[in-house]
Write a protein that binds this ligand. Structure first.
Ligand code: ADP
Ligand code: MG
Length: 372
């Protein structure tokens, strides 16, 4: 059993720079937890404190049932995979894989069997007698993964492991890592993962749960679906989802959504879903939640600045009363529009979010007819 608990965890660098502000997070045994957030939000600092590579300023870290605050990295039952692979350059792949087990005093036959095992899992058998400099980025990262796997740790810690790979390789490594995680779990091996990335696509596709961080604080920790459908605040709303959610200054009044001099009826359902009625509201609309309205009927008129053709979808970059709005519409729907500089946009009222402008909280309640 190796869940990980962070309790009021704090990190202050150099006596003054507070990087982590007392965070609490409970990662269950076998869970794939992603820490995501922009550069500098203290993802690595948090991970390195779990690994024992960075001293803890205050709070507690529990791995399994042990408080590990004062344990050296080697005693924490963790294995870490870094962005730059961190392979020993003078050792062949085989030696890199064997290293940890040799230190731990395993016998030659045990080590050979373990190497054969992970080499098969990661399809690196043909690489065993190469030096790291003879490997491509993707191969080197698979070896680094193998070096973590072979230790059979309670917890895997990943710090942006795919950031040095090209887009295509990143996509295939995502699947490889989550497959491995499932496989370990199915075999009853402890397989808790804490995975750090700045990439929301990685977070969304890989995590059982995602912890969104900003400036050393946790903004929301939830499943990918929950974060997407019910972002707790403006930060999470803007960070999760692609293209980004549109966040529009506007007002809700008598069943109308008012933007500048335009308004569109959205019904009273949304207003009933508000936990409070902010005087200053920001309305969140995902680009996918617009449809194109005909010239008749309700719609907001926006100026079309640019259309990006993506295949079966088109990303429309528009301007509405001085606000920029991005909409994703079907290619067929876009073609049917003909050539026009003005598009009429209809937001799906059941999918709107309302945020309090002062503190950024999402004040639109779940339930009602909002997408589940
Ligand atoms: P992330 O991994 O999310 O990009 P980091 O954990 O690397 O963020 O950094 C969080 C904050 O702590 C940043 O402001 C960074 O400058 C600071 N920081 C990180 N490492 C050190 C260090 N060794 N000494 C001083 N400040 C640091
Ligand atoms: Mg980092």
């Amino acid at each position: 059993m190796a869940g990980v608990q962070l309790k009021n965890l704090e990190k202050v660098y150099g006596g003054t720079l507070k990087a982590v502000h007392g965070i609490n997070l409970d990662i269950t045994d076998g869970e794939f937890m992603v820490l995501v957030g922009p550069s500098g939000c203290a993802k690595s600092t948090t991970l390195r404190m779990v690994a024992g590579l960075e001293e803890i300023t205050a709070g507690e870290i529990i791995i399994g049932d042990r408080r590990v605050n004062d344990l050296p990295p080697g005693k924490r039952s963790i294995a870490m995979v870094f962005q730059n692979y961190a392979l020993y350059p003078h050792m062949k792949v085989r030696g890199n894989l064997a290293f940890g087990l040799k230190i731990a005093g395993c016998s030659r036959p045990e080590i050979d069997a373990a190497i054969a095992d992970v080499a098969r899992m990661l399809e690196i058998e043909p690489l065993l007698d190469r030096l790291p400099k003879q490997l491509s980025g993707g191969q080197a990262q698979r070896v680094a993964l193998g070096r973590a796997l072979i230790k059979k740790p309670g917890v895997f810690l990943f710090d942006e492991p795919l950031s040095n790979l090209d887009a295509k390789l990143r996509a295939s490594m995502r699947v490889r890592i989550t497959d491995l995680h499932r496989q370990l779990k199915a075999e009853g091996l402890s397989s808790t993962v804490i995975y750090v990335t700045h990439d929301q696509t990685e977070a969304m596709t890989m995590g059982d749960r995602i912890c969104v961080m900003q400036a050393g604080r946790i903004m929301q920790a939830a499943t990918p679906k929950e974060l997407y459908n019910h972002p707790a605040n403006l930060f999470v709303a803007g960070f999760i989802g692609s293209p980004e959610m549109n966040l529009v200054d506007g007002a809700l009044e008598g069943g109308d959504f008012i933007v500048g001099s335009q308004k569109i009826a959205i019904g009273s359902d949304l207003e009933r879903r508000l936990s409070e009625k902010p005087s200053d509201a920001i309305i969140g609309i995902r680009p996918q939640h617009f449809s194109l309205a005909g010239s008749e009927g309700p719609g907001l008129s926006a100026r079309l600045a640019n259309a990006e053709f993506m295949g079966h979808e088109v990303y429309l970059h528009t301007e509405l009363e001085g606000r920029k709005l991005v909409c994703v519409v079907g290619a067929g729907e876009f073609e049917a529009l003909g050539r026009s500089d003005i598009v009429r946009l209809r937001p799906d009222p059941t999918k709107l979010h309302v945020f309090n402008k002062i503190d950024g909280r999402n004040v639109s309640l779940r339930g009602g007819s909002i997408a589940a």
